[in-house]
Ligand binder design. Structure first.
Ligand SMILES: [Zn+2]
Length: 441
């Protein structure tokens, strides 16, 4: 039933129960996110945005009056859940806290949705507005990506990451256990979805949080029932933090190959590789030259003409090439890929995250590149899709509602023209995106 008819009914019979809105998707191949083999000629009944039934088309009992969509030859997979993004952290390659507005956040959420990224975790760079926006969405059927947030992340006083001009006070800079206790209480009052801290000295150029304060963050957050994730770089730090009870690594270990000790610590403390952020490494060097990516229409639909012009300019490319991380980026990417494969082989749970939203990390587009780089690391397409859907929803504690295409969950999904299990690049063949049963693109 369309919106106008529904509104009319609501207007005329506002006291009567609103009739259910039924949508039937039919004759597609189902990749449900559980990791099970695909089901060909599948059908799905979506009632008021949630999956009421899904199974073989021959067993479909379509509700009377349902809207029917024939998807013969198409593929359906769950919406992508990115656990490491930064909302409104930059616009047109510029970081400026004044850009953190409702308009920017919502524009970026719509962009994510149009690329099939139906849920995002904004990881530690948010202003207070995020809580109101998240509240507005919850309990509704959003028309843009679902918001999850870590609110404000923690760093050492004057520590890494250095706040770009004007962004001071966005992260919590903590110097003692009292600061930590007060700030964790502030975050808990706002029901953040995760707690995030940075634990890095950026190759010795910045100040790192002390291990004692990191342990305080983990301990105090756990007391409030919150999971904690950390930006890490070094193998030793990953071990120390996992030993202290950290729930997830928000980047890959990039200084050394991971070893049996890390695997054993992560297993015994149930710490997952929440986000490998391979595209974060790629971003350190890929735009230091006229990369063919810049001519990809799938990228171009995610950037303004102004940004595209800048990315293609030799001045910008020289600036990227001169960046401190550019000369290490290729090694870090390759190390991160090897470590991802080793952790996956060892049975460590892998999530999905890109670090998109910072300058040059294109929201929506980079998620598809991340999937490709994960497959390039040696994970199979079905593993990669499961990591980016089921595993992320479980880590966020929302698998009752999101992550897989099973009965009772929200119909957050992508309709693809080609099979992503044949080639993970086929996640880019998006023909439609649905969030809670509404077509959003
Ligand atoms: Zn980040």
């Amino acid at each position: 039933m369309n919106q106008i008819v529904r509104s009319a009914i609501l207007g005329i019979w506002s006291l009567a129960a609103l009739p259910a809105e039924d949508l039937v998707l039919n004759h597609f191949t189902l990749i449900d996110g559980t990791g099970k083999p695909p089901l060909s000629d599948a059908a799905m009944v979506v009632t008021d945005g949630r999956i009421a039934w899904v199974g073989p088309s021959v067993r479909l009992k379509a509700p009377a009056g349902a809207q029917n969509v024939d998807l013969s030859g198409k593929f359906i997979m769950p919406g992508i859940i990115d656990t490491h993004t930064h909302l409104a952290a930059s616009v047109d390659l510029v970081q400026d806290p004044k850009l953190y507005t409702r308009e920017t956040v919502e524009q970026q959420l719509r962009q994510y949705a149009s690329y099939g990224v139906t849920s995002v975790v904004s990881l530690g760079s948010d202003q207070d507005l995020i809580f109101a926006l998240r509240e507005e969405q919850r309990g509704t059927r959003p028309k843009m990506a679902r918001i999850f947030t870590a609110g404000r992340g923690f760093s050492a006083v004057g520590g890494y990451p250095p706040a770009p001009a004007g962004t001071q006070k966005v992260q919590f800079e903590v110097g003692n256990p009292e600061d930590v206790r007060k700030d964790i209480a502030w975050l808990a009052d706002r029901h953040v979805d995760l707690v995030k801290f940075w634990y890095d000295d950026h190759l010795g150029t910045d100040k790192k949080l002390s291990l004692d304060l990191a342990k305080d963050i983990i301990h105090d957050a756990h007391d409030k029932g919150l999971k904690v994730v950390a930006h890490i770089f070094y193998l030793q730090d990953a071990k120390d933090l996992a030993n202290a009870g950290l729930n997830g690594l928000a980047h890959s270990v990039r200084d050394k190959p991971i070893d049996a000790e890390l695997i054993s610590i992560m297993k015994s403390h149930n710490c997952i590789q929440m986000a490998a952020t391979l595209t974060r490494e790629l971003s350190t060097f890929v735009f230091s030259q006229p990369d063919p990516m810049l001519d990809d229409p799938f990228l171009q639909s995610g950037v303004s003409p102004k940004t595209l012009g800048t990315l293609k300019s030799s001045e910008y490319q020289m600036k990227v090439a001169a960046g401190m991380d550019a000369k290490h980026g290729r090694e870090w990417l390759s190390m991160a890929q090897k470590n991802l494969k080793a952790l996956s082989d060892a049975g460590i749970k892998i999530g999905f995250g890109t670090d998109s939203g910072m300058p040059g990390r294109i929201q929506g587009y980079f998620e598809h590149v991340e999937l490709e780089l994960m497959a390039g690391a040696g994970l199979t397409p079905i593993e990669v899709i499961t990591d980016a859907t089921k595993n992320t929803s479980e880590f966020l504690g929302v698998s009752k509602d999101l992550g897989t295409l099973e009965k009772a969950k929200w119909a957050d999904l992508l309709v693809l023209g080609k099979n992503p299990l044949d080639n993970i690049r086929n996640t880019r063949t998006i023909e439609a995106v649905y969030i809670a049963g509404n077509k959003v693109n």
